[in-house]
Design a protein. Structure first.
Length: 186
């Protein structure tokens, strides 16, 4: 039996700063022709050869301006991505941070953070006041990034409190969580 993914929440999108983009990079939204770059980044980051842009673009939440890239400056190739999504099960005030991914050879440069901040700000500009995301226990660099961005654990399964404590021990952080028993964002 597989464990449900971990969940996190950012409770105040109005506090999200502009992305701090490292020198040599720029942030932009999806453009026609970016499909292959998105697939390459996502397949590598998620180790899943079945991730195709058609799956993303056929989602009811799809809009090109909801997909963000960090690219090499001067019109260069996308190296990181994040999407400012919406899920039907969430209320209208709540966005969904979706498909955050960075090319392996660009990891550790703050590019996932920049892409995530761009997506979170886009949600705020759409009138969202908070955002949720899902992640996996082993994605420790991503979890550290989300914590730095102001996201906190969201308890949606009885397995979550212990798993978050284990992660806190692993990354040397403090265990922060929404109220135990919370089944979602109020």
């Amino acid at each position: 039996m597989s464990m449900p993914q971990l969940s996190m929440v950012h409770r105040n999108l109005s506090s999200v700063p502009a992305p701090a983009v490292p020198n040599g990079y720029e942030v932009r939204t999806f453009r026609s022709g970016d499909e292959e770059a998105w697939e390459s980044i996502a397949m590598e980051a998620f180790e899943n050869d079945s991730l195709r842009f058609a799956l993303l673009s056929n989602d009811p939440a799809y809009r090109a301006d909801r997909i963000w890239f960090v690219c090499e400056a001067g019109g260069g190739s996308p190296v990181a991505t994040a999407s400012a999504w919406h899920r039907e099960e969430l209320d209208e005030r709540t966005g969904y941070l979706h498909m955050v991914a960075v090319r392996a050879d660009c990891a550790g440069r703050g590019l996932g953070s920049a892409a995530s901040l761009a997506a979170l700000r886009a949600m705020a500009n759409e009138g969202k006041s908070r955002a949720v995301l899902h992640t996996d226990d082993f994605r420790l660099p991503a979890i550290k990034t989300y914590l730095r961005l102001g996201c906190i654990p969201r308890i949606t399964d009885t397995s979550h409190p212990q798993r978050w404590r284990d992660i806190a021990n692993e990354i040397g952080g403090t265990y922060l969580a929404t109220a135990p028993g919370s089944r979602g964002v109020e």
